[in-house]
Design a protein around this ligand. Structure first.
Ligand code: HEM
Ligand code: HEM
Length: 190
């Protein structure tokens, strides 16, 4: 199947029948679920739940966040070995570059952001646990002021991530409802 899709050459309607491979699609939707959970933990729950729940929300934030780091490193390795299917040939060069830049920015931000969080957590004297279980080594010594500084950068990166998500989902909806091409189907499982 991959062979016949390639035989149609790069771009064009036929090439759009070629989906992302199953592993890439699984990574994509797993990371979407984890990121939605992480944003809920960081922004929604602290304002809904009582102050007494703060410690467990934080533990979850560190556990989910470090899981995102692990999954993104595995995903990056997979991605470097498996190129994405070709873009629609009628997509303007500008939009193509915008989409690719957004994709690679996701990889960058979803690796740097958890690393900054890990450093901030250490500086605050906390130990993040991978999957909520395995304690991670200490990257920086406890230092409240440094923690607050890194925390600001961490929150800035989280804002950049929200911006990327808005751009990316707008792009996905544009393909689904305006262009009505096959781009969405490439990432939908099954
Ligand atoms: C995709 C992953 C992540 C996202 C989207 C994210 C998002 C956020 C956001 C929005 C805040 C601000 C909450 C607030 O004070 O209003 C925050 C704070 C924080 N996050 Fe994350 N985070 C991620 C990963 C991590 C990881 C992996 C760790 C640690 C291992 C971590 C540790 C922290 C810490 C310690 C703070 C408090 C910073 C401070 O107030 O100075 N985060 N995070
Ligand atoms: C947290 C939210 C999301 C993140 C971090 C994210 C991240 C990514 C990344 C990194 C890629 C590029 C994959 C690669 O080439 O390695 C991608 C592709 C894609 N995403 Fe998302 N995504 C998110 C949400 C969504 C949502 C909600 C939709 C659907 C409405 C969606 C639809 C797609 C589609 C259709 C592609 C393939 C684009 C193409 O073929 O050029 N994504 N996403």
């Amino acid at each position: 199947m991959g062979m016949s899709a390639e035989a149609h050459g790069a771009g064009g309607a036929a090439a759009l029948d070629q989906p992302y491979d199953g592993v890439s699609r699984t990574f994509h939707w797993l990371v979407v679920a984890l990121v939605l959970m992480q944003i809920t933990l960081a922004l929604v729950l602290p304002s809904l739940l009582p102050k007494s729940a703060e410690d467990s929300i934080t533990a979850w934030h560190l556990g989910t966040g470090s899981t995102i780091l692990l999954v993104m490193l595995l995903r990056l390795g997979w991605r470097l070995a498996h190129p994405m299917p070709p873009a629609p040939s009628d997509l303007s060069a500008g939009l193509r570059i915008l989409a690719r830049t957004t994709h690679w920015a996701f990889y960058l931000v979803l690796i740097v952001l958890p690393l900054l969080g890990w450093m901030a957590a250490n500086a605050y004297g906390a130990t993040p646990r991978l999957l909520g279980l395995i304690p991670l080594p200490r990257l920086v010594a406890p230092d409240q002021a440094f923690g607050e500084a890194i925390g600001v950068v961490h929150k800035t990166f989280a804002t950049v991530l929200l911006g990327l998500i808005v751009m990316h989902v707008s792009g996905a909806l544009y393909h689904a409802f305006v262009k009505r091409d096959g781009v969405i189907r490439r990432m939908i499982p099954g």
